[in-house]
Design a protein around this ligand. Structure first.
Ligand SMILES: [Zn+2]
Ligand SMILES: [Zn+2]
Length: 247
């Protein structure tokens, strides 16, 4: 398995990432990655860009650049355990690919009941496409209840390779998340959460873990061109590519 889409990356629009959007695109083109989702941290992160960034992104950045299909998205912050996000509906509905995540700088970890309630609210939000790094061990939740809700609402669960090293205790928790996705038939993507262009596509530890648990490949959306194109069309509401020669 190799990935055809980087579904989570950052740019220097937030100060703790270090490449421009176009550097990310050029690198994706160089390594032969057909799809790239730009998912900047939303405004509640201290150095995240303003709401206007997210409103303007799909207006000014073309959906294809250097042969790469660019999904203009966001990584929205979950702000409370009722599922409040830090971007307006107006911004969210125009974006192609919306991840929602818990980050400690925006919401303090609480009880398992609260984390569960938050994810259940996000599951019901039609503007959210992807569940961001829910294998973060600092936010335990009722796995089967939440995964059932994600499956019922067509949410995509991200296995975030960055969590394996950056989020304490998360390697084992990511494995539990993947096993629950396998049981409940939840679709997943593997992402790098790149904060510099050279990290794009670096999801080796996530793919290795999926192999270890014999995860069904048809549920991994970003390891197959046609599978990812179908979901990218579903989420963006656009054709993205018209002819075979554009592949
Ligand atoms: Zn970040
Ligand atoms: Zn994140």
């Amino acid at each position: 398995m190799e990935i055809v889409a980087e579904t989570h990356c950052h740019t220097c629009a937030c100060d703790h990432a270090f490449s421009t959007l176009y550097e990310n695109v050029r690198y994706a083109a160089k390594i032969g990655m057909p799809f790239l989702c730009i998912t900047e941290h939303a405004p509640a992160m201290a150095d995240g860009p303003h709401e206007w960034f997210f409103r303007n992104l799909p207006k000014v950045v073309p959906e294809r650049l250097d042969g790469v299909v660019v999904l203009r998205g966001a990584e929205a912050n979950i702000m409370d355990y009722d599922g409040k996000l830090d971007l307006s509906t107006r911004a969210l509905e125009r974006l192609d690919w919306v991840i929602a995540s818990y980050h400690t700088v925006c919401i303090q970890p609480s009880t398992e009941e609260d984390h569960t309630r938050g994810w259940l609210a996000i599951a019901e939000n039609p503007l959210v496409d992807v569940i961001g790094h829910c294998g973060d061990a600092r936010y335990p939740f009722d796995m089967e209840t939440v995964m059932r809700a994600f499956a019922q609402n067509g949410k995509i669960v991200e296995i975030n390779a960055h969590s394996f090293s950056a989020r304490p205790g998360s390697r084992e928790r990511c494995r539990e998340v993947a096993l629950a996705c396998k049981r409940q038939g939840v679709r997943i993507v593997c992402s790098s959460d790149a904060h510099f262009f050279t990290e794009i596509g670096q999801v080796g530890p996530a793919l290795e873990m999926l192999r270890e648990i014999d995860f069904p490949e048809e549920l991994v959306l970003n390891t197959d061109y046609d599978r990812f194109l179908a979901v990218a069309r579903e989420k963006s509401g656009r054709r993205l590519i018209e002819t075979e020669s554009e592949r």
